[in-house]
Design a protein around this ligand. Structure first.
Ligand SMILES: [Zn+2]
Length: 245
């Protein structure tokens, strides 16, 4: 999971969201979920919802239409981070809307939200800074650095895809030095292609982690000597992680 800075919607879309939220608020508390669900269903084909999807995809940067939680699967729909069942008034709350795949949302999160035993809140890629709570390891495992990180791994089922994350780490370890070599050889088309492959790759949180590790004290142990050299020769590589923030 990576940080996805928010962009603004058009005034027109925000006005519709506020109007629909007022409709839900006007219903009796016991009916708010039903009214919200019906309005959500009825709005799906409207311009406002299409604009929301488009802006979310733009916010997602190189990941485009992929899930904001697992960074891997194609997003199937707009997810309510805080489920409609838990707060119907968040049905049309712009900050509560994320792109999610079926596995993260429908299989794992479902209507769950706060951790049942102690009320810990999950991480929102739009409001929180996930690297403070989750560390991607070269093995593909995710190390939780906080209770919120731990609950998010559980809630979205992020332990899956471990093999894919491991492969991505290895791929980046090879591609980044290959880019620097291509630049030195003057093969600019090749360098451009390699840079594009790195930047468009899924799991951008792994790119961030790998670049930080290559500059850290354990770079030898992690077999990142070549990546470190590549960064020293071509410092623009560090800017590739900024695609996410
Ligand atoms: Zn997902």
């Amino acid at each position: 999971m990576r940080y996805i800075p928010s962009r603004s919607l058009s005034q027109r879309a925000l006005t519709y969201l506020a109007r629909w939220t007022d409709e839900i608020r006007a219903a009796a508390p016991g009916d708010q979920k039903t009214v919200g669900d019906a309005r959500w269903k009825a709005s799906k084909q409207l311009k406002t919802l299409k604009e929301i999807k488009r802006v979310l995809e733009r916010m997602n940067g190189p990941l485009g239409t992929h899930c904001m939680y697992c960074e891997y699967n194609e997003a199937a729909h707009i997810d309510h981070f805080e489920p409609r069942a838990s707060d119907p008034l968040k049905t049309f709350d712009w900050d509560n809307l994320h792109l999610a795949c079926d596995l993260c949302d429908s299989n794992h999160k479902r209507d769950r939200f706060l951790r049942p035993e102690d009320g810990v809140r999950p991480l929102s890629p739009r409001q929180d800074y996930p690297p403070l709570h989750l560390r991607m390891l070269p093995s593909g495992a995710i190390d939780a650095l906080s209770d919120r990180g731990d609950w998010s791994v559980d809630l979205f089922g992020l332990k899956r895809l471990r093999g894919y994350r491991e492969d991505q780490w290895t791929t980046l370890r090879v591609l980044i030095p290959a880019y620097a070599d291509a630049v030195v050889r003057g093969e600019h088309q090749e360098a451009k292609k390699l840079a594009q492959t790195v930047r468009r790759g899924r799991f951008l949180s792994i790119l961030r982690e790998l670049l930080a590790a290559a500059q850290g004290p354990k770079y030898e142990v992690l077999q990142l000597r070549q990546v470190r050299r590549a960064i020293e020769a071509r410092p623009e590589i560090l800017r590739w992680r900024d695609a996410e923030d």
